[in-house]
Design a binder for this molecule. Structure first.
Ligand code: NAP
Length: 300
C-alpha cells in the first residue's frame, strides 16, 4: 500500500539517501529549505497540514556543532522546537514520525557503549537541543521511530573524510585527535535501515516504535579514521602530499573547539538488531564504498 510521505532535509547527507531508500513506500513530498524552514514554526505547521502525510521523516537539523554554541536560539528552534511541532501534527494526523538524533546527547564518561536507557548529559548546545527534540517527540506521544546515530558520512555533502582528503592534498603532515571513540556511519546505511524498520512498523509492528541506536559496527577514533581514509586514497594512486603515516595523533586538549565533544561516542545497537532482526556491517564497509565513489569521480 502506497503512503504519502513528507521528507524534510532532502539535501542533507541522510536526506539525500532517504530520497532513494523511501521511494518504494509511496509518493514523497520533498520541500526546498525555503518552502519549509524549520526555524519558522508557522511555515512548518502549514506545510504539514497542507500535505497531510501518513509519514513525516525529519532528516533536517542544525548540524554545525561549533557554530551552535554562539547561535543557540536558531539551533534550538530547528533541533528542539521543530521536532515537537512535527510530533504534534503527526499525532493529529495519526501519522508516523521518523527522526534522527545523536551520540552528542551523552557526555562520554561511560566506560562501555551507551544503551538507549542511559541518562543523557549533553556537553554542547547542539547535543542539548537534539536531546530536547527527542524529548518533545516522546512527550507528544505520536507514533515514532527515533534513531540516534554518529559520525555520519556520505559521498555527497561535507564530512570528516572529505575534509581529510582535501587537507592531505594541501599539507605534508596532519595532526588529528585520537582520544574520541565512535563509529563512522554511512548515510546510505542509515537510510536503508530506516526503510527496513519502517516496513516492519507499518506492517503491524507498531509495538516496535521507540528510540534506537543506529550506528555501524566496529569503532575507531578520529586519528584512525583519518589514516584509513588516506590509506584507501593512496591505494588508488591519489596524489597526496600527506601519507597515512604522516598523520600524527594528538589529544583533544591540543585541538580546542567551541563545542565540547564526548570522548566515548560508542552506541550499543543490540536493541535495534534484536527488535528488527538486522545486521549492521563494520564501518569500514561503507567507508570504502564512499571513498571509491569520491576518488573515481575525481579521476573522471
Ligand atoms: N552529521 C553527523 O555527523 C551526525 C552525527 C550524529 C547525528 N546526526 C543527525 O543525523 C541527522 C542527519 O544529519 P546529516 O549529516 O544528514 O545532516 P546534514 O548533512 O547537515 O543535513 C541537514 C539538512 O538540514 C537542513 N537544514 C538546516 N537548517 C534547516 C532549517 N532551518 N530548515 C530546513 N532545513 C534545514 C540543511 O540544509 P542546508 O544544508 O541548506 O543548511 C541540510 O540539508 C540529523 O538529525 C543530525 O543531527 C548527524
Amino acid at each position: 500500500m502506497a503512503i504519502d510521505i513528507l521528507l524534510l532535509g532532502k539535501d542533507g547527507q541522510v536526506g539525500w539517501e532517504l530520497q532513494r531508500a523511501l521511494s518504494p513506500f509511496g509518493h514523497m513530498v520533498v520541500p526546498e529549505i525555503g518552502e519549509c524552514d524549520l526555524a519558522n514554526p508557522d511555515q512548518l505547521r502549514s506545510v504539514i497540514r497542507a500535505t497531510k502525510p501518513a509519514l513525516i521523516v525529519n532528516a533536517a537539523a542544525y548540524t554545525a556543532v561549533d557554530k551552535a554554541e554562539s547561535d543557540a536560539d536558531v539551533a534550538r528552534a530547528v533541533n528542539a522546537v521543530a521536532p515537537g511541532i512535527m510530533a504534534e501534527e503527526a499525532r493529529k494526523l495519526d501519522a508516523w514520525l521518523v527522526h534522527y538524533s545523536t551520540d552528542y546527547v551523552f557526555d562520554g564518561s561511560k566506560a562501555g557503549a551507551y544503551i538507549e536507557e542511559d541518562v543523557p548529559v549533553p556537553l554542547s548546545v547542539y547535543g542539548a537541543t537534539k536531546l530536547q527534540g527527542e524529548q518533545a517527540i516522546l512527550e507528544t506521544g505520536c507514533r515514532h521511530l527515533i534513531f540516534r546515530t554518529s559520525w555520519v558520512f556520505a559521498a555527497r555533502g561535507g564530512n570528516f573524510a572529505r575534509t581529510m582528503l582535501c587537507l592531505a592534498r594541501e599539507r605534508d603532515a596532519l595532526t588529528v585527535v585520537d582520544d574520541q571513540f565512535g563509529a563512522p556511519t554511512s548515510a546510505e546505511l542509515i537510510a536503508d535501515i530506516t526503510a527496513l524498520c519502517l516496513r516492519d512498523v507499518l506492517r503491524g509492528g507498531e509495538a516496535k516504535q521507540g528510540l534506537y541506536h543506529l550506528v555501524a559496527a566496529g569503532e575507531t577514533n578520529w586519528h584512525g579514521y583519518a589514516r584509513f581514509v588516506l590509506e584507501q586514497a593512496a591505494q588508488t594512486g591519489a596524489a597526496l602530499k600527506c601519507r597515512p603515516e604522516d598523520v600524527s595523533p594528538i589529544p583533544t586538549s591540543a585541538y580546542p573547539l567551541p563545542a565540547r565533544r564526548p570522548a566515548n561516542s560508542r552506541l550499543d545497537t543490540s536493541k535495534l538488531k534484536r527488535e528488527f532482526d538486522l545486521y549492521l556491517p563494520d564501518w569500514t564497509y561503507h567507508a570504502k564504498r564512499m571513498l571509491t565513489e569520491i576518488l573515481a569521480k575525481e579521476r573522471a
